[in-house]
Design a protein around this ligand. Structure first.
Ligand code: GAR
Length: 211
């Protein structure tokens, strides 16, 4: 066991419905670069995750995540949040897309929109988010900048279940990252992302076995 990561105690033998042969259907929701999408796809391809990504939902035409998905042969769906008057309408459309694709677990990997009960109720305890801080510190937008401004010496990243209150759902896995005196946003975020890329596939793996 890697001592730098904190895992929940899960006894996989207790999950009677777990079928090692049936890949879990994932959706990834992303707004930007998609490096976390990439590591999920790599983990699946390497046989480390018994899953398949059935759809990538993105809300920014420029999102590199969409290009990455296409390179992996993963279906992409663009959804323009500006087309919806209220968040609930947007979330209902997202639920429709997820259900059409038989999605079992939803991974928010750099999804920069607040979600509502409409989405959460459709996938109870099955939506996770990766956040670039050690929650409950530095919730919301610009978490890396918040950590730098606060002068903390240790920050990190968190994978948590998504709840209506932003960045407040049950924590699944965290990893710590040192902050160095000369860190910029870029240098610190890059160090955090190395850890994100470790813990996100691990968190998905935990959930896929917790059926
Ligand atoms: C990640 O650092 C993730 O923690 C952050 O966006 C980045 C996406 O990176 N998410 C948030 O800030 C959510 N509040 P990626 O596009 O390379 O996967």
């Amino acid at each position: 066991m890697d001592a730098s990561l904190i895992y929940p105690q899960v006894d996989y033998n207790n999950y009677a419905n777990y079928s090692p042969n049936k890949p879990v259907k994932l959706a990834v929701m992303a707004s930007g670069n998609g490096s976390n999408f990439e590591v999920i796809a790599q983990a699946i391809s390497a046989g480390k995750l018994n899953a398949e990504i059935t759809v990538l939902i993105y809300n920014n035409r420029q999102a590199k995540a969409a290009m990455r998905a296409k390179n992996w042969g993963v279906k992409t769906v663009f959804i323009n949040h500006r087309d919806y008057q209220i968040r609930e309408e947007l979330d209902q459309e997202i639920v429709n897309i997820l259900q059409i694709h038989d999605v079992e677990i939803v991974v928010m990997a750099g999804w920069m929109r607040i979600v509502t009960q409409v989405l959460i109720d459709a996938f109870p305890r099955r939506i996770i988010n990766i956040h670039p801080s050690l929650l409950p510190s530095f919730k919301g937008a610009r978490a890396v900048e918040q950590a730098l401004a606060a002068g903390v010496k240790i920050t990190g990243c968190t994978v948590h279940l998504v709840s209506v209150e932003v960045d407040s759902g049950e924590i699944l896995i965290q990893a710590a990252v040192p902050v160095f005196p000369n860190d910029s946003y870029e240098s610190l975020h890059a160090r955090i992302q190395v850890q994100e890329h470790r813990i996100l596939p691990l968190a998905i793996d935990l959930l896929t076995k917790d059926k």
